[in-house]
Design a protein around this ligand. Structure first.
Ligand code: SF4
Length: 351
């Protein structure tokens, strides 16, 4: 049964209202904890009168779509679709506080995740394939998207966490401007798979506060085999270097909650297919050793991964510990707290 846009939004709003009630019942304050001290990047751009032109530049990319490295050349403003199967409107699967993200994003009241449907990557091991590959979700106008951003702020989330945003970046920018004019003040977090065109990332300069990219593969042949994107390593590295130039290293408030900066994820895959060794060295040597890095252990066999022998199993304890040891040897000093706890647990157990 297809859900109407109105019903979809009402469901999200209903859940949010319950959380607002809970927060007030506990006597908690909501974000931002330190009053007006924090000014998000997008608000500054709006006050400088430069946000609207940036949105126009972004939408222009959709006419002959050059938004991401796929460069499909379709006119999305006229309803055509390319690899990401998305036309002129964003499709949203869910919007809710999320507590499974990195601790600086989760804080006390959760990260305000907005999950976009479809994706410009075709990972055979996709962990969210019903959303990313099958496109389950609801088409939303930018005004509705702006309301979702305001709603996650209202319920106390510490940031708007845009999950899989690359293929709907122009719509996100327009929604952000609308939301900013209505009072959005929390940081904007761009939670991307990393397959972002350099020119598109340049348009985000002064809009995004926190970048949260994956760097999935370091080798072209693995990226081609498992994602259909042999240029992924070079493209993602260039995009991430630009993100780092824009926002720098992670900055948190006195409570440890993220305000601005770059946080990179790397999912360790079986049989060294992701090449964690080269990943940690690239971060340490090209960015900085104190860049926030999350080395993740939760790979599971999903979607088409069963048909690829090298990735058709979970990782071993030794494979995760090996990646963490490489990170230490590379000199990385700002590793995700939960990955360190995982490492210490495995070491205590004699992994
Ligand atoms: S955003 Fe979508 S249509 Fe545009 S180039 Fe990328 S995959 Fe193709």
């Amino acid at each position: 049964m297809t859900m109407s846009r109105r019903t979809f939004l009402r469901g999200l709003v209903g859940g949010a209202a319950a959380l607002v009630t809970t927060g007030h019942a506990l006597g908690r304050s909501v974000w931002p904890p330190d009053g007006d001290a924090f000014v998000p990047a997008y608000l500054q751009l709006e006050e400088e009168g430069r946000f609207a032109e940036r949105i126009d530049e972004a939408y222009a990319l959709l006419e002959d779509c050059q938004l991401c490295p796929r460069r499909c050349g379709v006119n999305r403003l006229r309803g055509q679709t390319g690899v990401c199967r998305t036309a002129d409107e964003a499709v949203v699967f869910s919007a809710q506080p999320h507590y499974g993200e990195e601790l600086p994003l989760v804080g006390h009241y959760g990260s305000g995740t907005i999950f976009f449907s479809n994706c410009n990557l075709r990972c055979v091991f996709c962990q969210n394939w019903p959303i990313a590959h099958e496109g389950r979700g609801q088409r939303l106008e930018v005004e509705d998207l702006a309301d979702l951003m305001l709603r996650v702020q209202q319920i106390g989330c510490h940031n708007v966490n845009l999950v899989t945003p690359t293929h709907v970046m122009p719509q996100i920018l327009q929604a952000t401007r609308i939301a900013a004019q209505k009072g959005l003040r929390i940081p904007l977090c761009y939670n991307t798979g990393g397959y972002d065109a350099f020119d598109a990332v340049r348009l985000l300069d002064g809009i995004v506060d926190i970048y949260l990219p994956d760097l999935k593969f370091m080798d072209d042949d693995q990226a081609e085999l498992y994602m259909g994107a042999p240029d992924y390593p070079e493209t993602a590295k260039a995009a991430i270097a630009e993100m780092h130039r824009q926002v720098g290293e992670l900055v948190t408030d006195p409570h440890g909650i993220a305000l601005r900066g770059l946080m990179i994820r790397h999912l360790v895959m079986p049989n060294r297919t992701s090449n964690a060794h080269d990943f940690v060295h690239w971060v340490a040597e090209t960015l900085t050793p104190s860049t926030y890095v999350n080395i993740m252990s939760q790979y599971r066999v999903e979607h088409w991964a069963f048909e690829h022998p090298d990735i058709a199993r979970a990782i071993t304890v030794d494979e995760f510990l090996e990646a963490m040891t490489w990170a230490e040897e590379a000199g990385l000093t700002n590793l995700d707290e939960r990955s360190l706890m995982q490492r210490d647990l495995f070491r205590r157990r004699g992994g």
